[in-house]
Design a protein around this ligand. Structure first.
Ligand code: DCP
Ligand code: MG
Length: 397
Protein backbone atom coordinates (compact mmCIF):
# COMPACT_ATOMS: atom_id res chain seq x y z
CA UNK A 1 0.00 0.00 0.00
CA UNK A 2 1.17 3.52 -0.74
CA UNK A 3 1.30 6.00 2.08
CA UNK A 4 1.52 9.77 1.94
CA UNK A 5 5.11 10.96 1.89
CA UNK A 6 4.87 12.70 5.28
CA UNK A 7 3.97 9.39 6.91
CA UNK A 8 6.82 7.65 5.20
CA UNK A 9 9.25 10.22 6.54
CA UNK A 10 7.82 9.90 10.02
CA UNK A 11 8.52 6.20 9.87
CA UNK A 12 12.00 6.78 8.67
CA UNK A 13 12.65 9.16 11.54
CA UNK A 14 11.83 6.41 14.02
CA UNK A 15 14.20 7.07 16.86
CA UNK A 16 17.48 5.46 16.15
CA UNK A 17 19.42 4.43 19.14
CA UNK A 18 19.90 0.87 17.90
CA UNK A 19 20.78 -1.64 16.74
CA UNK A 20 18.78 -3.40 19.39
CA UNK A 21 18.07 -7.10 19.37
CA UNK A 22 15.05 -8.84 20.83
CA UNK A 23 15.61 -12.51 21.53
CA UNK A 24 12.74 -14.87 22.27
CA UNK A 25 13.12 -18.59 22.84
CA UNK A 26 11.10 -20.87 20.56
CA UNK A 27 8.17 -22.72 22.20
CA UNK A 28 10.20 -22.37 25.36
CA UNK A 29 8.65 -24.68 27.98
CA UNK A 30 7.84 -27.26 25.32
CA UNK A 31 11.36 -27.17 23.89
CA UNK A 32 12.85 -27.70 27.35
CA UNK A 33 10.59 -30.74 27.79
CA UNK A 34 11.72 -32.10 24.42
CA UNK A 35 15.30 -32.07 25.68
CA UNK A 36 14.12 -34.50 28.35
CA UNK A 37 11.89 -36.55 26.03
CA UNK A 38 13.59 -36.28 22.62
CA UNK A 39 11.43 -39.05 21.15
CA UNK A 40 8.52 -36.59 21.25
CA UNK A 41 10.14 -34.34 18.66
CA UNK A 42 7.84 -33.67 15.73
CA UNK A 43 4.71 -34.49 17.71
CA UNK A 44 1.97 -32.26 19.05
CA UNK A 45 2.89 -31.76 22.71
CA UNK A 46 1.09 -29.53 25.18
CA UNK A 47 2.58 -28.31 28.45
CA UNK A 48 0.18 -27.52 31.24
CA UNK A 49 -0.84 -30.48 33.29
CA UNK A 50 -0.19 -30.94 36.98
CA UNK A 51 2.03 -33.70 38.29
CA UNK A 52 -0.75 -36.22 37.55
CA UNK A 53 0.02 -35.86 33.87
CA UNK A 54 3.67 -36.88 34.26
CA UNK A 55 4.78 -39.69 31.92
CA UNK A 56 5.01 -43.08 33.57
CA UNK A 57 8.30 -44.89 33.21
CA UNK A 58 7.94 -48.51 32.06
CA UNK A 59 10.00 -51.48 33.18
CA UNK A 60 12.08 -51.27 29.98
CA UNK A 61 12.93 -47.61 30.68
CA UNK A 62 10.60 -46.21 28.03
CA UNK A 63 7.84 -43.75 28.91
CA UNK A 64 4.11 -44.03 28.69
CA UNK A 65 2.78 -40.55 27.95
CA UNK A 66 -0.56 -39.02 28.88
CA UNK A 67 -2.78 -37.88 26.04
CA UNK A 68 -4.86 -34.73 26.14
CA UNK A 69 -8.05 -36.71 25.64
CA UNK A 70 -7.58 -38.30 29.06
CA UNK A 71 -7.30 -34.97 30.84
CA UNK A 72 -10.07 -33.76 33.12
CA UNK A 73 -9.73 -30.55 35.10
CA UNK A 74 -9.40 -26.83 34.84
CA UNK A 75 -5.76 -26.47 33.85
CA UNK A 76 -4.64 -24.19 31.04
CA UNK A 77 -2.07 -24.62 28.30
CA UNK A 78 1.16 -22.82 29.17
CA UNK A 79 2.59 -23.50 25.73
CA UNK A 80 2.54 -26.08 22.97
CA UNK A 81 4.87 -27.33 20.27
CA UNK A 82 4.47 -25.91 16.79
CA UNK A 83 2.86 -29.21 15.75
CA UNK A 84 0.16 -28.70 18.41
CA UNK A 85 -0.27 -25.08 17.35
CA UNK A 86 -0.99 -26.32 13.84
CA UNK A 87 -4.02 -28.06 15.39
CA UNK A 88 -5.18 -24.80 16.99
CA UNK A 89 -3.77 -25.29 20.50
CA UNK A 90 -2.17 -22.17 21.98
CA UNK A 91 -1.05 -20.69 25.32
CA UNK A 92 -3.81 -19.81 27.81
CA UNK A 93 -6.38 -22.14 26.23
CA UNK A 94 -8.20 -24.45 28.64
CA UNK A 95 -6.81 -27.99 28.48
CA UNK A 96 -10.29 -29.44 28.05
CA UNK A 97 -10.89 -27.22 25.03
CA UNK A 98 -7.43 -28.14 23.71
CA UNK A 99 -8.34 -31.82 24.13
CA UNK A 100 -11.27 -31.35 21.74
CA UNK A 101 -8.97 -29.91 19.09
CA UNK A 102 -6.06 -32.28 19.58
CA UNK A 103 -7.17 -35.36 21.57
CA UNK A 104 -4.06 -37.34 20.64
CA UNK A 105 -1.60 -34.61 21.61
CA UNK A 106 0.74 -35.51 24.43
CA UNK A 107 0.30 -33.70 27.71
CA UNK A 108 3.24 -32.95 30.00
CA UNK A 109 3.29 -31.27 33.40
CA UNK A 110 4.96 -27.90 33.89
CA UNK A 111 8.34 -27.96 35.59
CA UNK A 112 9.16 -24.36 36.44
CA UNK A 113 12.50 -25.28 37.99
CA UNK A 114 13.69 -26.69 34.69
CA UNK A 115 12.50 -23.62 32.76
CA UNK A 116 14.22 -21.28 35.22
CA UNK A 117 17.41 -23.30 34.87
CA UNK A 118 17.40 -23.02 31.07
CA UNK A 119 16.43 -19.37 31.31
CA UNK A 120 19.53 -18.66 33.37
CA UNK A 121 21.68 -20.71 30.98
CA UNK A 122 20.62 -18.92 27.82
CA UNK A 123 20.87 -15.48 29.41
CA UNK A 124 24.40 -16.24 30.65
CA UNK A 125 25.40 -17.42 27.17
CA UNK A 126 24.17 -14.14 25.66
CA UNK A 127 25.78 -12.04 28.40
CA UNK A 128 29.17 -13.61 27.65
CA UNK A 129 28.95 -12.09 24.16
CA UNK A 130 26.87 -8.94 24.68
CA UNK A 131 26.42 -7.90 28.31
CA UNK A 132 23.94 -5.03 27.79
CA UNK A 133 20.83 -7.09 28.43
CA UNK A 134 17.33 -6.19 29.59
CA UNK A 135 15.56 -9.14 31.14
CA UNK A 136 11.96 -9.19 29.92
CA UNK A 137 10.80 -12.50 31.26
CA UNK A 138 11.62 -16.15 31.44
CA UNK A 139 12.28 -16.53 27.72
CA UNK A 140 12.93 -13.08 26.31
CA UNK A 141 15.50 -10.33 26.50
CA UNK A 142 16.48 -7.16 24.71
CA UNK A 143 20.15 -6.79 23.88
CA UNK A 144 21.73 -3.41 23.21
CA UNK A 145 24.17 -3.98 20.35
CA UNK A 146 25.10 -0.32 19.78
CA UNK A 147 28.66 -0.95 20.87
CA UNK A 148 29.09 -3.42 18.00
CA UNK A 149 28.09 -0.94 15.28
CA UNK A 150 28.08 -2.56 11.85
CA UNK A 151 29.11 -5.91 13.35
CA UNK A 152 25.75 -6.24 15.09
CA UNK A 153 24.44 -8.73 12.47
CA UNK A 154 27.36 -11.06 13.07
CA UNK A 155 27.02 -10.71 16.81
CA UNK A 156 23.35 -11.69 16.56
CA UNK A 157 24.34 -14.83 14.64
CA UNK A 158 26.98 -15.66 17.23
CA UNK A 159 24.43 -15.19 20.00
CA UNK A 160 22.04 -17.69 18.38
CA UNK A 161 24.85 -20.19 18.09
CA UNK A 162 25.95 -19.65 21.69
CA UNK A 163 22.40 -20.12 22.97
CA UNK A 164 22.14 -23.38 21.06
CA UNK A 165 25.47 -24.63 22.38
CA UNK A 166 24.65 -23.69 25.98
CA UNK A 167 21.12 -25.09 26.04
CA UNK A 168 20.40 -27.25 22.99
CA UNK A 169 17.52 -24.87 22.29
CA UNK A 170 16.72 -22.54 19.42
CA UNK A 171 15.71 -18.93 19.69
CA UNK A 172 14.56 -16.23 17.32
CA UNK A 173 16.14 -12.81 17.14
CA UNK A 174 14.90 -9.54 15.70
CA UNK A 175 17.52 -6.90 15.06
CA UNK A 176 16.19 -3.40 14.47
CA UNK A 177 16.66 0.30 15.17
CA UNK A 178 14.55 0.23 18.36
CA UNK A 179 12.86 -2.08 20.87
CA UNK A 180 9.39 -1.84 19.37
CA UNK A 181 10.61 -2.96 15.94
CA UNK A 182 13.05 -5.54 17.32
CA UNK A 183 10.19 -7.19 19.24
CA UNK A 184 8.01 -7.32 16.14
CA UNK A 185 10.91 -8.78 14.14
CA UNK A 186 11.82 -11.59 16.54
CA UNK A 187 8.38 -13.04 15.83
CA UNK A 188 8.51 -12.79 12.05
CA UNK A 189 10.53 -15.88 11.29
CA UNK A 190 9.99 -18.30 14.16
CA UNK A 191 11.38 -20.82 14.94
CA UNK A 192 15.15 -20.34 14.72
CA UNK A 193 14.78 -17.02 12.93
CA UNK A 194 17.05 -14.06 12.53
CA UNK A 195 15.23 -11.04 11.13
CA UNK A 196 17.33 -7.99 10.44
CA UNK A 197 15.43 -4.81 9.82
CA UNK A 198 16.88 -1.51 8.70
CA UNK A 199 14.88 1.67 8.46
CA UNK A 200 14.70 1.27 4.70
CA UNK A 201 12.87 -2.06 5.17
CA UNK A 202 10.05 -0.57 7.24
CA UNK A 203 7.64 0.14 4.38
CA UNK A 204 7.95 -3.33 2.91
CA UNK A 205 8.28 -5.43 6.07
CA UNK A 206 6.43 -3.63 8.86
CA UNK A 207 3.61 -1.73 7.18
CA UNK A 208 1.88 -4.78 5.68
CA UNK A 209 1.71 -6.58 9.05
CA UNK A 210 -1.53 -6.88 10.99
CA UNK A 211 -1.80 -4.41 13.87
CA UNK A 212 -1.75 -7.33 16.33
CA UNK A 213 1.97 -7.72 15.68
CA UNK A 214 2.56 -4.59 17.77
CA UNK A 215 3.22 -5.56 21.36
CA UNK A 216 0.46 -3.78 23.28
CA UNK A 217 -2.30 -4.10 20.69
CA UNK A 218 -4.33 -6.99 22.06
CA UNK A 219 -7.24 -8.92 20.55
CA UNK A 220 -9.88 -6.44 21.66
CA UNK A 221 -8.08 -3.33 20.46
CA UNK A 222 -7.43 -5.11 17.15
CA UNK A 223 -11.13 -5.96 16.91
CA UNK A 224 -12.10 -2.37 17.52
CA UNK A 225 -9.56 -1.16 14.97
CA UNK A 226 -11.05 -3.62 12.49
CA UNK A 227 -14.44 -1.96 12.90
CA UNK A 228 -12.69 1.26 11.82
CA UNK A 229 -11.40 -0.68 8.81
CA UNK A 230 -7.85 -0.64 10.18
CA UNK A 231 -6.18 -4.02 9.79
CA UNK A 232 -2.55 -3.35 8.96
CA UNK A 233 0.07 -1.16 10.58
CA UNK A 234 0.08 0.94 7.41
CA UNK A 235 -3.63 1.58 7.80
CA UNK A 236 -3.11 2.49 11.44
CA UNK A 237 -0.36 4.92 10.51
CA UNK A 238 -2.59 6.50 7.88
CA UNK A 239 -5.53 6.87 10.25
CA UNK A 240 -6.61 10.27 11.49
CA UNK A 241 -5.41 10.84 15.08
CA UNK A 242 -8.77 12.39 15.98
CA UNK A 243 -10.60 9.22 14.98
CA UNK A 244 -8.28 7.13 17.15
CA UNK A 245 -8.74 9.48 20.10
CA UNK A 246 -12.51 9.33 19.81
CA UNK A 247 -12.38 5.55 19.96
CA UNK A 248 -9.53 4.77 22.35
CA UNK A 249 -9.13 7.76 24.65
CA UNK A 250 -6.25 10.18 24.78
CA UNK A 251 -3.30 8.21 26.11
CA UNK A 252 -3.83 4.91 24.27
CA UNK A 253 -4.53 6.70 20.98
CA UNK A 254 -1.39 8.84 21.35
CA UNK A 255 0.57 5.64 21.91
CA UNK A 256 -1.09 4.04 18.86
CA UNK A 257 -0.04 6.97 16.72
CA UNK A 258 3.57 6.70 17.90
CA UNK A 259 3.93 2.97 17.50
CA UNK A 260 2.19 2.94 14.14
CA UNK A 261 4.95 5.25 13.00
CA UNK A 262 7.55 2.82 14.30
CA UNK A 263 8.63 5.34 16.92
CA UNK A 264 10.02 4.12 20.20
CA UNK A 265 12.51 5.97 22.34
CA UNK A 266 12.83 3.40 25.11
CA UNK A 267 16.37 2.45 26.03
CA UNK A 268 17.52 -1.04 26.92
CA UNK A 269 17.36 -1.01 30.72
CA UNK A 270 20.17 -3.16 32.02
CA UNK A 271 20.09 -2.51 35.75
CA UNK A 272 16.69 -2.18 37.21
CA UNK A 273 15.65 -2.73 40.73
CA UNK A 274 12.11 -3.88 40.15
CA UNK A 275 9.55 -1.97 42.20
CA UNK A 276 6.87 -4.43 41.36
CA UNK A 277 6.28 -7.46 39.22
CA UNK A 278 3.05 -7.92 37.32
CA UNK A 279 1.41 -10.07 34.72
CA UNK A 280 -1.84 -9.43 32.96
CA UNK A 281 -3.86 -11.08 30.29
CA UNK A 282 -6.52 -9.85 27.91
CA UNK A 283 -9.07 -12.56 27.28
CA UNK A 284 -9.95 -13.94 23.88
CA UNK A 285 -13.56 -13.07 24.71
CA UNK A 286 -15.00 -11.14 27.65
CA UNK A 287 -15.50 -13.47 30.59
CA UNK A 288 -18.16 -13.39 33.25
CA UNK A 289 -17.28 -14.08 36.87
CA UNK A 290 -20.18 -16.52 37.27
CA UNK A 291 -20.71 -18.14 33.88
CA UNK A 292 -17.01 -18.47 33.15
CA UNK A 293 -15.89 -19.07 36.69
CA UNK A 294 -13.73 -22.15 36.01
CA UNK A 295 -11.90 -20.58 33.08
CA UNK A 296 -11.37 -17.31 34.92
CA UNK A 297 -10.13 -19.09 37.99
CA UNK A 298 -7.60 -21.15 36.00
CA UNK A 299 -6.31 -18.06 34.20
CA UNK A 300 -6.10 -16.23 37.52
CA UNK A 301 -4.06 -19.08 39.01
CA UNK A 302 -1.78 -19.09 35.99
CA UNK A 303 -1.13 -15.35 36.32
CA UNK A 304 -0.20 -15.86 39.98
CA UNK A 305 2.15 -18.68 39.03
CA UNK A 306 3.83 -16.50 36.44
CA UNK A 307 4.22 -13.61 38.89
CA UNK A 308 5.68 -16.05 41.43
CA UNK A 309 8.06 -17.36 38.76
CA UNK A 310 9.17 -13.79 37.96
CA UNK A 311 9.80 -13.07 41.66
CA UNK A 312 11.83 -16.25 42.07
CA UNK A 313 13.92 -15.50 39.00
CA UNK A 314 14.62 -11.98 40.18
CA UNK A 315 15.39 -13.35 43.65
CA UNK A 316 12.94 -11.01 45.34
CA UNK A 317 9.90 -11.42 47.56
CA UNK A 318 6.96 -9.03 47.79
CA UNK A 319 4.43 -7.94 50.39
CA UNK A 320 1.75 -6.07 48.47
CA UNK A 321 -0.47 -8.16 46.25
CA UNK A 322 -2.74 -6.33 43.85
CA UNK A 323 -5.17 -7.12 41.08
CA UNK A 324 -6.29 -5.13 38.08
CA UNK A 325 -9.56 -5.71 36.30
CA UNK A 326 -10.73 -4.14 33.10
CA UNK A 327 -14.42 -4.43 32.41
CA UNK A 328 -16.06 -4.85 29.04
CA UNK A 329 -16.67 -1.08 28.93
CA UNK A 330 -12.88 -0.50 29.31
CA UNK A 331 -13.19 0.92 32.84
CA UNK A 332 -10.45 -0.35 35.12
CA UNK A 333 -10.28 -1.02 38.85
CA UNK A 334 -7.44 -2.12 41.08
CA UNK A 335 -7.38 -3.50 44.61
CA UNK A 336 -4.47 -4.49 46.77
CA UNK A 337 -3.63 -5.82 50.17
CA UNK A 338 -0.49 -6.11 52.24
CA UNK A 339 0.60 -9.50 53.50
CA UNK A 340 2.06 -10.01 56.98
CA UNK A 341 5.17 -11.50 55.38
CA UNK A 342 6.84 -11.08 52.01
CA UNK A 343 6.42 -14.02 49.65
CA UNK A 344 7.25 -15.46 46.24
CA UNK A 345 4.85 -18.36 46.67
CA UNK A 346 2.22 -18.75 43.95
CA UNK A 347 -0.34 -20.23 46.34
CA UNK A 348 0.00 -17.37 48.83
CA UNK A 349 -0.23 -14.81 46.03
CA UNK A 350 -3.27 -16.63 44.60
CA UNK A 351 -5.05 -16.52 47.91
CA UNK A 352 -4.31 -12.83 48.51
CA UNK A 353 -5.30 -11.96 44.94
CA UNK A 354 -8.50 -13.93 45.49
CA UNK A 355 -9.27 -11.77 48.52
CA UNK A 356 -8.72 -8.65 46.44
CA UNK A 357 -11.10 -10.05 43.85
CA UNK A 358 -13.82 -10.40 46.46
CA UNK A 359 -13.65 -6.62 46.99
CA UNK A 360 -14.67 -5.67 43.45
CA UNK A 361 -17.96 -5.73 41.62
CA UNK A 362 -18.23 -8.66 39.26
CA UNK A 363 -21.53 -8.01 37.54
CA UNK A 364 -20.05 -6.83 34.26
CA UNK A 365 -18.01 -9.06 31.99
CA UNK A 366 -14.24 -8.76 32.20
CA UNK A 367 -11.81 -8.18 29.35
CA UNK A 368 -8.55 -8.13 31.28
CA UNK A 369 -7.18 -9.48 34.50
CA UNK A 370 -3.83 -8.62 36.04
CA UNK A 371 -1.89 -9.59 39.15
CA UNK A 372 0.83 -7.43 40.64
CA UNK A 373 3.13 -7.82 43.61
CA UNK A 374 5.01 -4.88 45.05
CA UNK A 375 7.02 -3.75 48.08
CA UNK A 376 9.81 -5.99 46.92
CA UNK A 377 12.86 -6.97 48.93
CA UNK A 378 15.72 -9.33 48.07
CA UNK A 379 14.90 -12.91 48.94
CA UNK A 380 18.50 -13.36 50.17
CA UNK A 381 18.72 -16.74 48.60
CA UNK A 382 15.49 -17.78 50.31
CA UNK A 383 14.97 -21.03 48.43
CA UNK A 384 11.92 -21.73 46.33
CA UNK A 385 11.42 -24.53 48.84
CA UNK A 386 10.13 -27.94 47.98
CA UNK A 387 6.99 -27.11 49.93
CA UNK A 388 6.58 -24.11 47.68
CA UNK A 389 6.98 -26.22 44.56
CA UNK A 390 4.46 -28.64 45.95
CA UNK A 391 1.95 -25.87 46.33
CA UNK A 392 2.52 -24.81 42.74
CA UNK A 393 1.57 -28.21 41.51
CA UNK A 394 -1.36 -28.54 43.88
CA UNK A 395 -2.86 -25.53 42.17
CA UNK A 396 -3.07 -27.54 38.99
CA UNK A 397 -4.71 -30.48 40.67
N1 DCP B 1 3.61 -18.90 29.00
C1 DCP B 1 2.60 -19.22 29.93
N2 DCP B 1 1.34 -18.74 29.72
C2 DCP B 1 1.04 -17.96 28.65
C3 DCP B 1 2.06 -17.64 27.71
C4 DCP B 1 3.34 -18.14 27.92
O1 DCP B 1 2.85 -19.90 30.91
N3 DCP B 1 -0.20 -17.50 28.47
C5 DCP B 1 4.96 -19.46 29.21
C6 DCP B 1 5.17 -20.72 28.39
C7 DCP B 1 6.05 -20.28 27.25
C8 DCP B 1 6.84 -19.14 27.85
O2 DCP B 1 5.97 -18.53 28.81
O3 DCP B 1 6.88 -21.34 26.79
C9 DCP B 1 7.29 -18.12 26.83
O4 DCP B 1 6.18 -17.50 26.21
P1 DCP B 1 6.16 -17.15 24.66
O5 DCP B 1 4.99 -16.25 24.42
O6 DCP B 1 7.51 -16.68 24.22
O7 DCP B 1 5.82 -18.54 23.93
P2 DCP B 1 6.76 -19.72 23.53
O8 DCP B 1 8.20 -19.46 23.83
O9 DCP B 1 6.22 -20.97 24.11
O10 DCP B 1 6.54 -19.81 21.95
P3 DCP B 1 7.14 -18.85 20.80
O11 DCP B 1 8.02 -19.74 19.98
O12 DCP B 1 5.95 -18.38 20.04
O13 DCP B 1 7.90 -17.75 21.48
MG1 MG C 1 9.07 -17.68 23.27
Amino acid sequence: MRLPFCLASLFLMSSVSGPIAHLDMDAFYASVELLRYPELRGQPVVIGGGSASAPVEQADGSFCYRRLRDYAGRGVVTTSTYEARALGVFSAMGLMKAAKLAPDAILLPTDFNAYRHYSRLFKAAVAAIAPQIEDRGIDEIYIDLQAFGTEADDVARRIKQAVREATGLSCSIGLAPNKLLAKICSDLDKPDGLTILTEADIPTRIWPLPVRKINGIGPKAAQKLATLNIHTIAELAACDAGVLQANFGRSYSAWLVRVAQGRDERQVVTHSEPKSVSRETTFERDLHAKQDRAELSALFTQLCERVAGDLQRKKVVGRTVGIKLRYADFSTVTRDLTLPEATADAAVIRQAAGECLRRVKLEQRLRLLGVRIGTLTPSDGMPASSAQQGSLFDLHA
